[in-house]
Structures are given as C-alpha cells and as structure tokens.
Design a protein around this ligand. Structure first.
Ligand code: GPW
Length: 823
C-alpha cells in the first residue's frame, strides 16, 4: 500500500498539537512566529521519514557519495521550498486556510538562513537541491555561522550593517547531531617519534582543540522521496580546562582554548570576491574541513575495511580554494592515522579531490603568509611543504632550468602558501564555471598549469534551480508554463523550449505579459511598503541586483541614469518611455567605493524621484537588504536584467539566468555565462554592448587605455562626471563623491584610472539602453522576446550542471528511494 505522505486532517491536528507542546498555547493565542515553528515541525515530521529512508537505501546500495565542501551555503528560506518539493504546497496552503492561516504570511516569518555572500554560496545551495532532485547521494559540508550575512539598513542613503541573528527563535529544520562530534586541533608543534618497528611517526603536541558538533539540515528532492544532508558545523569548547596532556594545568592556555571555540564560528566573513586574509578565517576553514573529512572517513570505514577503496566511494568537491586544506588534511589522515606511504596516500587524495575556480580577480586569490599557516596548522604545513617539494621536482623535470615556471607555479613561494596552486596540484579536476571563464583560465590565468596538466581542466557552466526560482518564486508563470508545455520542465528544464510554439500567439503573449504585470504589481507594493516610493507598474522595470562590486559596474548603470536625467531636463519634450531603475546590493563593510556607490544611487534617487518636472518618467529605487527571499519576487517582476560587468571579470553570473528564466530581457556584456545565454536565445533577443574580453585583456596588457581622452571629447559624459564633484547630488558636501570621480579619471588612485572600463563602454551601453526602449514600445515584439528568453533558458538549470559534474568528475549512481511498505 502506498502511504499518503500528507493527510490534511492529520496535518491540522499536528499543527495545533505543536503549538501546545512548544508554547503551551492554543492556536488563537500563538504569535505568527510560533505558528511558523509549529507548521515547520509538522512538515519536518514528514521529512524525517523520507530522510531515514534515503539514508538506509544509501547504506543498502553502498553508493558513492559526493561531499560538496563550501564555506558558504546561501540557502534562503526552507519552508516554502520544502513544501514545493514534497509536492504538498497546495494541500498545506488549503489546510492552513481552513484554520484561518495564510501560508504566505507564515513563510514570511522564517529568517533567511544567509550563510553565504552571493553567487558562490547560492550556487552551492542550488547544487544541493539539484543533487537531491536528481537522486544523487550527497552531503554539503559547511559552517553553522551564528551570524550569517549582515542585514542591510539604509540610513540617510548610506548602508548600515546590522547583525543577522538568524538563530534567535530557534531554527526548526536543523537537527543537532552530537553523536558525530569530532576534535579539531590548532597550533602546538610537531614531534617526530620513532616507532618500535623502525618508522617515524609525527605527532602534534601542545595544541589547542575545539569540539566540532554538526547540525544536519534536510535537502529535499522534488517529488522523489530523496533527502540529502547539509552538515554545518558548530564549535564548542573542548571539555572545560581539558588540555593536551602536555599542557595540563596551564590555566591561561585553557582559557584561550575556550575562547577559540567561542569565536570560531561567530560570523560569516562578508566579502565577496575578496580575501581579507584574517587568521580567524583560516581557522574556520580548517575547522569545518577537518571535521567533515573525519565524518566522511568514519562513514566510509563503517562499511569498508580497505582505505584504498576511498576514491570508489567518496568524492570531495572544493568550492573555490576556501576548503583546499582538505587536501592536506586527507593526506595527514592517510599518512599519520592509516600509516600509508606517501605515494599511496597521494594517489588516493588526488582521486578524491577536485577543485572549482570561481574567479580570476587577483584580490580573491587566497594566499596565506607562511607565518600564520605554519603556526596555526603545523602538521598540515609540513605536509604542504612536502607536496610543494615534490611538485617543484615535477616542474623541473618538465622544464629543466626554467625558474620562471617555479616562480609562477610553486605552492609555497615568497613567504606565502598559494591555495589555488595546491588545489590544482592535488586535485584530479580543475573546472571553471562558464565556457569563457574556463578558456581564460586555460589561456591566461592558469596557462602554466594547463600546459602541465591539460587533462585536469574542464568547464562546468553554472546553473540555477527552477524549483525555487520559477516554481516557488513565480507561481503564476509556473502554472502558465505547465498549462502550455506540461509539468516536465520542473525536473527537465530543456522541456520549457516547447514554449517557442506560442511566441507568436497573441493570446499567449497577452497572458505572458499579464503575468509579468501581476508580478510587477506585487513588487510595486513591496517597494511602497519598504521604501515609501510609488512606482508605476506600467513603466519598464530595469533591475540590477547582485553584490556591489566595482567590476559589476553598478556605477555604469547609475552614471547612465544621471545622463538620462540630464537629457530629460535639457529636452523636456523628448519622447521618453517611463522607466523604473531598481537596485539591490550589499557592499562589504570595508569596501569604500562600493559603499559610496550605494550612497550615490540613493542620492540620485532622492533628486530624480522628487523632481516633479519630469513627470515620473524616471524612478530610481534601492531595495534594502537584497537577499534570497525578496530576490524571488524581484526576478519575477523584471523586464530588463542588467548584466553589465567588464568583459572577462564575471566568471559566470547566475542572477543572469534567474532573470532569463522569468522572462526578463538582458542588457549585458559578452562576459561569463551571458555568452552562452546569447548562444541559446540568439543575440537578437538580448541587448549586447561593450568591449569583448579579448579587447579588455589586450588593453590591460598594453596599458594603453586613457579614460581622460573620453572625458575630454564627450561632453555628456563630462557633464555627468562633473556632477559627481560639483554637489549636484550632494549639496551639503560637494566632495562626497570625489573618490568615485577619481576612480574613473585619476591614475594616482589605482594602478590605472577606470580599471573597469566604465567610460570606454558608456556610449555603447547608452545605445543599447535606447534600443531597449524602442523594443519595449513594440508590445508584441517585446512579449515574443521575453517569452523566447524563458523558452531558451533550459540549459541553465543546475540539474544540467550537476549531471555534467556527475558524468565527468564524481561518477555517482542514482539512488531510488522507495517509501517503506506499511503492511
Ligand atoms: F572569489 N563568486 C562569489 F571566486 O560569489 F571565490 N564569491 C566569491 O568569493 C567568488 C566568486 C570567488 C561568484 C562569481 O563572482 C560569479 O561570477 C559566479 O557566478 C559565482 O561565484 C558562482 O560560480
């Protein structure tokens, strides 16, 4: 007999019982937060059964498992998505309605678990969801930061960071697993001990240790009973005052050890594409990696006796270099605990580990000073030294006498440990995240490594999960798509291509654009509530939401708005289609120009939004605290998607794909995955502008770009730039935006002026924007273009990406989870 996973009456009773059990209250007395908790526990009840079934069939099948190691998992809210994937969303919404409760309101009580910064962390979350939906056994390994990504407030136009205390009411979907506690050791020194059988053993002494306690979170597959696990590690003090035997009685050290555990996982470093190089960050890295490696090996050893079989059963995927110490930690385990010979251990390690690169930005490449690395991780450092020694021998063998190679490729050089070099030397696979990005890695950034290890390099173009970003985030469009092409797209996004049959059908066009309009109304209401700004849902919604970074060029966007405003003021009667420019972005707390750009956007908004003379033709909105939960609404409501990074700088981008899926048209450079989007939908259905990556790279090499020339020859650009320093947008302080002006023109500020070629691309951007207005005026033409974007987004499902990782790197088998028979 097939068991119903969801029984309405039973569920209602469960919710009521939970409110009583948890809070000693009746439903009527419970707060919205309490109801959210009660509902979530009722849902967890269903999840737990499937979770246990999944775990037992993984054991039964002895499946190979991937461990996706990542400092960041930007999960977003779980309740709504769990219900969607359990295919119980509608039923639960109805059950709650019968109880007088609104599922939307309840969903809104959940804090966003924001254990990540941006694209890299959200990619990890999409990957976990796809792994479960496709039926592949997987663990996510990360950190349970007590404070995630900060909450952003805008005060007087400036960003203010507020701590994100996401655990304050307790998080219902996590499960503490103290039975999987491990010890992680820091500091001390290494002593060589002679064993009775004539070998040398290395032991770490005088260290401080921390207890790693995992919390498991369920990752639910879509309609398949599969529940994988995200293990995120909390740090607890090793039993008070219990030190390494060597230091027993050292009171000061005991206190230090306790403090170490207290601070270790306090907070996520809020830097995107930038490394602060702080010692605590390296501690976080080793902490979660060591604990995860220990749990992975313990699980393997429960079922296997020969450690040489590890690569048959376990794959470690390193999400950027952040978890790269895993390589040395695995070596340490194999050498010190399993007592394998070096070559044997190395063989296993390289087969298990694989590395994904997510950027070519120099400031994001991790390099640790030897001093910090060796003091914190003395045994790990020894092992890295030995890896480096052997790697240099290999280089010398290949390129006798070529010291340049060693200088460029060594793992340890100039007093630094280079984590990317370690990851490449020690992994069997190195992948970029979009075709262009991988080509740049092979031909520029990692050229030497590609020459030495051509077979390791491969591309895995990123993707996104359509379950969150269409099925949950845009329920109107999801239903419409299903009505037209059937529901297969939910688990096979390539099927959405059948929509091309309708792109010339006027009724379909009308319905498609009407759904867009409904979503614009929903966002307009959100903006009114949160910003107090009225926006016209019939205006073009032009959206740039992503982390604030100079290479992503929010500054280009706002300079263009300033230019448009000047045009409108100079030619009040010019034809102008109303536009709403929407921004959302967090800036790293210490990133001055990024924070100043936020202030500029808000200052420009202030002036333009309050200028009656332009009759609301331009509105500028900065949405506070951009995060996964409001992102779902924003993508659904966008007409125009801004993907305007300097070509070559955005490794892939994933927001670009979320917009495309939701029927927004992209204005973008030929950068990252935009290139492949253009290939899928056709350049004629995007607005491509700006320099190519080859042109950018050539200018960087030749150092022959001179923005001052543009400034001198283009009076519109000059006028806009002068407005940065004449107080036009900052009457109280005309110097306020001086640094932004300088970043564009002053060579003394950075290695060269306008590092990101904003002025070089300005005119071609403005023309592309003009072309958008023209295209939008053609209602049918636009509807068709928007629909074609949705229809050709099939490639950009993270399901496709995961299948490629499985095929080329992980070699996993699908698991089927049969619900346990009840008889
Ligand atoms: F620097 N990305 C990110 F490569 O969001 F580590 N944070 C980061 O710290 C890095 C990369 C890192 C992003 C890329 O900027 C983006 O282009 C890409 O789509 C995303 O990672 C996922 O691959």
């Amino acid at each position: 007999m097939k068991r119903e996973i969801f029984d309405k009456e039973a569920f209602k009773k469960e919710v009521k019982d939970n409110v009583r059990m948890l809070y000693r209250k009746d439903l009527e007395e419970a707060s919205e937060q309490e109801i959210f908790q009660a509902v979530s526990y009722a849902v967890k009840e269903v999840i737990i059964d499937q979770w246990m079934e999944t775990q037992s069939s993984m054991k039964r099948e002895d499946s190979k498992v991937v461990y996706y190691m990542s400092m960041e998992f930007l999960m977003g809210r779980a309740l709504g998505n769990n219900l969607i994937n359990l295919t119980a969303y509608q039923a639960v919404a109805e059950a709650l309605e019968e109880m007088g409760l609104d599922l939307n309101v309840i969903e809104d009580q959940e804090p966003d678990p924001a254990l990540g910064n941006g694209g890299l962390g959200r990619l990890a979350a999409c990957f976990m969801e796809s792994l479960s939906t496709l039926g592949y056994p997987a663990y996510g390994c990360g950190i349970r930061y007590r404070y995630g990504m900060f909450k952003q407030k805008i005060k007087d136009g400036f960003q203010v960071e507020v701590p994100d205390n996401w655990l304050k009411d307790g998080y219902p979907f996590e499960l503490r697993r103290p039975e999987y506690t491990y010890e992680v050791k820091f500091g001390g020194y290494v002593r060589a001990v002679n064993t009775p059988d004539g070998r040398v053993k290395f032991v770490q002494e005088g260290y401080q240790s921390v207890k790693a306690v995992p919390y498991d979170m369920p990752i639910i597959g879509y309609n398949n009973h599969m529940v994988n696990t995200l293990m995120i590690w909390d740090a607890e003090p090793a039993e008070c005052f219990e030190l390494d035997s060597f230091d027993k009685g050292d009171y000061r050290k005991a206190v230090e050890q306790e403090n170490l555990a207290r601070n270790l996982v306090d907070v996520l470093y809020p830097n995107d594409n930038h490394i602060a190089g702080k010692e605590l960050r390296l501690k976080q890295q080793y902490f979660f990696v060591s604990a995860s490696v220990q749990r992975a090996i313990a699980r393997f050893k429960k079922m296997h006796s020969d450690i040489h079989d590890l690569p048959k059963k376990v794959a470690f995927q390193l999400n950027d270099t952040h978890p790269t110490v895993a390589v040395a930690e695995l070596m340490r385990y194999l050498l010190d605990e399993e007592e394998l010979q070096w070559d044997d251990a190395w063989n296993i390690t390289t087969q298990v580990c694989a590395y994904t690169n997510h950027t070519i930005m120099a400031e994001a490449l991790e390099k640790w000073p030897i001093e910090i690395f060796s003091r914190l991780l003395p045994r790990i450092y020894q092992i890295v030294e030995e890896i480096n020694r052997r790697f240099i021998l290999q280089i010398q063998e290949h390129y006798p006498g070529d010291n340049g190679k060693i200088e460029r490729m060594a793992i340890i050089y100039n007093g630094q440990v280079k984590m990317a070099h370690l990851a490449i030397a020690a992994g069997h696979s190195v992948n970029g995240v979009a075709r262009l990005h991988t080509e740049i890695l092979k031909n520029q950034e990692l050229k030497d490594f590609y020459e030495l290890f051509p077979d390791k390099f491969n591309n895995k173009t990123n993707g996104i999960t359509q379950r969150r970003f269409l099925l949950h985030g845009n329920q109107l469009l999801a239903k419409w798509v299903t009505d037209h092409v059937g529901e297969e797209w939910i688990t096979d996004l390539s099927k959405i291509e059948k929509l091309t049959l309708y792109v010339d059908d006027e009724k379909a066009q009308h319905e498609f654009m009407n759904i867009k309009y409904q979503n614009k109304l929903r966002l307009a209401k959100y903006i009114k509530e949160h910003n107090g700004i009225d926006v016209d849902p019939r205006s073009i919604f032009d959206v740039q939401v992503k982390r604030l970074h100079e290479y992503k060029r929010q500054l280009l966007n706002v300079l263009h708005i300033m230019y448009l405003y000047n045009e409108l003021k100079e030619h009040p009667d010019m034809e102008f289609y109303p536009r709403t420019f929407i921004f959302g972005a967090k800036a790293a707390a210490g990133y001055k120009n990024a924070k100043l750009t936020i202030k500029l956007i808000n200052s420009v908004a202030e002036v333009i939004n309050n200028d009656k003379s332009i009759q609301d033709k331009i509105k500028v909105v900065f949405i506070e605290d951009y995060r996964v939960s409001n992102a779902e609404w924003i993508f659904a409501a966008a007409d125009v998607s801004e993907q305007i990074s300097t070509a070559s700088k955005e490794a892939s981008g994933t927001g670009n794909m979320k917009f495309m899926l939701n029927g927004a048209v992209t204005i973008g450079t030929m950068d990252g995955a935009n290139v492949e989007m253009a290939e899928e939908v056709g350049k004629e259905n995007m607005f491509i502008f700006g320099m190519s990556s080859d042109e950018v790279i050539a200018h960087e090499k030749n150092r022959d770009y001179d923005p001052m020339q543009i400034f001198n020859n283009d009076q519109d650009i000059r006028k806009v730039l002068m407005q940065l320093i004449n107080g036009f947008y900052s009457p109280q302080d005309s110097e306020l935006f001086r640094d932004l002006y300088n970043s564009l023109l002053n060579t003394q500020c950075t290695q060269y002026a306008d590092t990101y070629f904003i002025l070089a691309d300005f005119r071609s951007y403005a023309e592309a924007q003009k072309a958008i207005t023209e295209a939008y005026k053609d209602e049918k033409g636009w509807a068709k273009m928007a629909m074609l974007n949705t229809a050709h987004s099939g490639k950009f499902s993270s399901d496709r990406t995961i299948e490629e990782y499985v095929r080329d790197i992980w070699h996993l088998e699908k698991l089927t989870v049969e619900p346990e028979k009840e008889d």
